[in-house]
Design a protein around this ligand. Sequence first.
Ligand SMILES: [Mg+2]
Length: 223
Amino acid sequence: MYRIFLLDIDNTLLDFDAAEEQSFKKMIQSYDLEYREEMLAQYKQMNRHLWDLLEQGKIGRDELLNTRFSQFFGLYDVEISGEEAEGRYRKYLGNSSQLMPNTKETLVRLKEMGKQLYSASNGVYSTQIQRLEQAGLLHLFDGMFISEKVGYEKPSLQFFQYCFKNIPNLEKGKTIMVGDSISSDIQGAVNAGIDSCLFCPSDPPLLSGATHTIQNLSELLNF
Ligand SMILES: [Mg+2]
């Protein structure tokens, strides 16, 4: 039985794919450019590559945030300030808080069961707080561990050491990391020596290294 839940936010509690698509489209249109379907896939590929570099510690967070859109617009020979585009995108993103199925019911029930809930997210602090608040989830958390504030990204051991230092009555054996990413959430739990749960609404992979795999968040109530 786990008592302490470290919960990833994007595509675990909140539907980041939906939020990203909506915010990206609005940002493109805010420059009076015509939005085309293939733009999202192009951007996602470039963004994923930058996040991989960030998780490997090869680039910094500011570099990622301030160059991803200038790189993308470069494909279309449009010169914009990457930093300014990031600001517009982030404003839209902060207002996007679509929930994944069963998120709220599950978190409310876990709280009723006396569990300690913490967010553990690679993201921008103010954006993540705003989105959780809008989704009506913020009050359910005992603490927020967001990489921008922590100073380290998942899957680094330092990220988890920061969490452990700030969790009252920590018991690593009763702590579990729940998330949708093998490279950051599951690998992070392995690095930190705690159990993990891969949330995979579609076909789960055969080998993920996770202690548990679930397809529906409500399965956490059995833990
Ligand atoms: Mg995620």
